[in-house]
Design a binder for this molecule. Structure first.
Ligand code: SAM
Length: 275
């Protein structure tokens, strides 16, 4: 009979945040697959648990998945843990879950700490709907695309950020999202847990030397998608604005009316430009 794959969340700082079920699972499994075995060993020593540890990280995920699936098929129970928080969330684990499910191996999540949820609930920013972006891409074009998505998103946006990139990210947010409220949650559940609030510009002034771990929570855009489209169209030349509607098969008279409405000017003014 196949063993079971457990996805065990571990503390993001405060060791008391480990759940009773996580402890019980780590005590009962045959193998623990850890992102960084040294880091997990510290937790296991604290919990007085001794188990065979296998390293399972981003760079060996594929090879180790095969090995761990074989162990599961031999009836071994395995727990996946990351360095901190919930496995798979900006951490390895997705690959083995996919393969395990394809092979009819049972996957059981053991929920617990997760930095994005911890930061969100204490931020004071709406948690009704939100988008999680993980770490922003380093590639300039991909990064800008993500920031534009954040700019246009009416839901709350959440980003993970490393300390040495925090100021650059705030600079990028300042350029694109201007005055929206941002909360920066630092060192959650640890001694130096803090929350800084303000616009991107205010936060750049406040945070001089970023140190520690950060989650950035950004208030959703107040503009609807349609308002965003109009804002972008108004930044085009009149000809480009016209072409946009023309490509949708709209007639000249209607296009002029629509451009005037978008730009909040009299339609005769637009009409004169096209004679
Ligand atoms: N899987 C983890 C989780 O469930 O949150 C996230 C892992 S990701 C590799 C690490 C990032 O999560 C950090 O760079 C930081 O952005 C965020 N993070 C993790 N622990 C944190 C903490 N105690 N305080 C603030 N941010 C934290």
């Amino acid at each position: 009979m196949n063993g079971t794959l457990y996805l065990v969340a571990t503390p993001i700082g405060n060791l008391e945040d480990i759940t009773l079920r996580a402890i019980k699972t780590l005590q009962q499994v045959d193998i623990i697959a850890a992102e960084d075995t040294r880091q997990t060993l510290k937790l296991l020593n604290h919990l007085q648990i001794k188990k065979p540890l296998i390293s399972y990280h981003r760079h060996n995920e594929e090879i180790k998945t095969d090995q761990l699936i074989k162990e599961l098929e031999n009836g071994k129970n395995i727990a996946i843990v990351s360095d901190a928080g919930t496995p798979i969330i900006s951490d390895p684990g997705e690959e083995i879950v996919k393969v395990a499910l394809q092979n009819n191996i049972k996957v059981i999540p053991i929920p617990g700490p997760c930095a994005l949820i911890t930061a969100l609930i204490a931020s004071g920013i709406s948690a009704k709907e939100f988008s999680f972006f993980g770490f922003l891409p380093l590639n300039k074009k991909n990064r800008e695309e993500k920031i534009i998505q954040i700019k246009e998103d009416t839901k709350t946006s959440i980003i993970y950020e490393a300390p040495h990139k925090l100021i650059q990210t705030l600079q990028d947010l300042k350029t694109h999202i201007g005055q929206r409220k941002i909360v920066i949650a630092k060192e959650l559940t640890k001694i130096h847990e803090t929350y800084e609030k303000g616009t991107a510009e205010e936060l750049i002034q406040k945070i001089k030397e970023p140190k520690g771990e950060y989650v950035i929570i950004i208030e959703g855009s107040q503009q609807t998608k349609q308002q965003n489209v109009i804002q972008n169209l108004n930044q085009l030349s009149l000809e480009e604005h016209y072409q946009y509607y023309e490509q949708q098969g709209i007639e000249k008279k209607e296009i002029i009316k629509q451009i005037a409405k978008d730009r909040k000017v009299n339609k005769n003014e637009i009409y004169k430009q096209f004679i």
